[in-house]
Design a protein around this ligand. Structure first.
Ligand SMILES: [Zn+2]
Length: 170
């Protein structure tokens, strides 16, 4: 999970990373996916799959030996309401043909949606970025992960942008 976020904030962060498809209710993740199409994110220097920690944050502990499956069948979906903790055999059955279609992952978001997400995402990202700076990560490496410039990272390091305490509740 991303350091410094409560479970509720983590769920909110994930939701803001998604395009919400109003027809299906799917939360279609707009950030990185691994080579199997599963949503991934970066904590303080650690790459992790988003689905399981999101299930824990939104719903609760995953029973032992259970897998988190999506009832909608969309590999990229992160709507906790679409998640079920299933047995391995149920999971394997569901997983057949479960590779995501590009269209499931890359949904065109409107400029307004993107701006709304970016505003809040940047607050969260700034905290992550400061944590990584504290760990000694290079500005250029952090900038590459956040798709911005080392100069942006420098501003965050100097508290010139996204100064704490952040207006989280706007
Ligand atoms: Zn879904």
């Amino acid at each position: 999970m991303i350091d410094g976020l409560s479970p509720a904030e983590f769920v909110e962060w994930v939701r803001l990373c998604c395009f919400i498809d109003e027809d299906s209710g799917c939360w279609l993740y707009q950030r990185s996916h691994n080579d199997k199409g599963y949503p991934i994110a970066y904590g303080t220097g650690v790459r992790f799959g988003v689905r399981r920690p999101l299930y824990v944050a939104a719903i609760g502990e995953i029973p032992a030996d259970r897998f988190v499956s999506l009832i909608c069948g969309c590999v990229s979906c992160l709507n906790p309401a679409h998640m079920r903790a299933v047995t391995r055999s149920q999971y394997m059955h569901k997983a057949v043909g479960g590779r995501p279609r590009r269209a499931d992952i890359l949904v065109r978001v409107t400029a307004a949606q993107r701006r709304r997400a970016d505003t809040k995402l940047t607050l969260v990202a700034a905290r992550q970025i400061r944590a990584r700076i504290a760990l000694g990560d290079k500005y250029a490496a952090i900038a590459a992960d956040y798709n911005c410039t080392p100069q942006n990272i420098s501003y965050i390091a100097q508290n010139r942008t996204w100064r704490e305490p952040s207006p989280w509740a706007i």
